[in-house]
Write a protein that binds this ligand. Structure first.
Ligand code: NAP
Length: 320
């Protein structure tokens, strides 16, 4: 019998970017009872909706992925919503999971919880050593409070909540809407469109100097399921690759892959975000054997192919 065969798994946000891969992998592992609440029918900010959901689905494992997320622009425009929605969903889901005596709760946090100037690579021990980068602090801190809740509930009630900190994700099915997207889909879209229109130059946000680490979405989903299977501890755990790349080099890499022949220029009036991001990924390997498998080159190639077959063909490009 596999770990998953007798599980009733509730995946909040299971129709989203990361969630859809988690749900696919649960299917691959033979989990027959997977429940995915959608926000229209079940608003997880609403306590009564959560209670009804737990009564109806009777889960024995919850993977909480539902969140409002976005790139720097979306974070700057919605600090209040990003704080409230993310905090209230997690706090209430965990509180009622405890009340319903649900045996395991997997809380997915974010690299945005780290201090702006944490020593690189970020180790989980440095999580509380400073305030996060200002543009994503409301989002990052709302999710960080769920680590406090998980640890406090473990201590007082013996509640088994684990806490994971994925780095920036990318891959097929990502959000390519330039108003709300993260950096990789935004670069793929801008540079592909510029390539098609043979634009002589493309203007990108910031100065290109910040570094980021990127985890391919299927690897992230694998890490979450391994943690659900094998890890039952209080310590937060990073999920990443441990490899850092500057936004400038990333733009060059994507530009080459989409055959963009023009110049990449930088709009330094726009914010850079956190100066550097790169995780120490040793704890995940040690505690539940997780190691990312997909190289950035391969992952970006797969993401571009998906963009070209699913998004780009619907895009209207105004040649004016
Ligand atoms: N993407 C990244 O780079 C990244 C990096 C680190 C951590 N994470 C974390 O990974 C998780 C998944 O992120 P993602 O990028 O996959 O996000 P996503 O594609 O935007 O999916 C989030 C899902 O949350 C659901 N949701 C939002 N508000 C809700 C509400 N009020 N009630 C019920 N459901 C609600 C939405 O469901 P509907 O579709 O039904 O509206 C949506 O599908 C999040 O917890 C995020 O913080 C993401």
């Amino acid at each position: 019998m596999s770990f998953w065969s007798d599980k009733r798994v509730l995946v909040t946000g299971g129709a989203g970017f990361l969630g859809s891969f988690v749900v696919d992998k649960l299917g691959d592992r033979g989990c027959a009872n997977v429940f995915v609440p959608r926000s229209k029918a079940c608003d997880l900010r609403d306590r009564d909706a959560i209670i009804r959901l737990y009564e109806k689905t009777k889960p024995n494992l919850i993977i909480h992925l539902a969140a409002v997320v976005g790139g720097i622009g979306a974070n700057r425009e919605n600090p209040g919503r990003f704080f409230y929605d993310n905090a209230i969903m997690g706090i209430q889901l965990m509180e009622y999971a405890r009340a319903f005596q649900i045996p395991k709760f997997v809380q997915v946090g974010t690299v945005c919880a780290y201090p702006k100037y944490a020593p690189v690579p970020f180790t989980e021990e440095n999580l509380w050593d400073g305030y996060p980068e200002e543009t994503n602090a409301p989002y990052g801190l709302a999710k960080k409070m769920l680590l406090v809740q998980a640890q406090a509930y473990r201590q007082q009630y013996g509640f088994n909540a684990i806490y994971l900190l994925p780095v920036n994700l990318y891959g097929p099915r990502d959000n390519f809407d330039l108003e709300t997207s993260h950096v990789i889909p935004a670069l793929i879209r801008k540079l592909s469109e510029a390539s098609k229109m043979a634009k002589p130059e493309v203007l990108l946000w910031g100065d290109g100097s910040p570094t980021r680490e990127f985890l391919y979405v299927e690897d992230a989903a694998e890490g979450i399921l391994l943690a659900a299977e094998k890890y039952d501890g209080a310590k937060p755990v990073n999920l990443g690759t441990g490899e850092e790349i500057s936004i400038r080099d990333l733009a060059k890499l994507i530009g080459k892959k989409v055959r963009y022949a023009g110049q990449i220029e930088w709009d330094t009036t726009k914010p850079n975000g956190q100066p550097r991001r790169c995780l120490d990924v040793s704890r995940a390997k040690e505690l539940f054997g997780f190691e990312a498998k997909t190289s950035l080159q391969d992952g970006i190639a797969k993401t571009i192919t998906w963009f070209q077959t699913h998004v780009d063909k619907h895009c209207e490009i105004n040649p004016a």
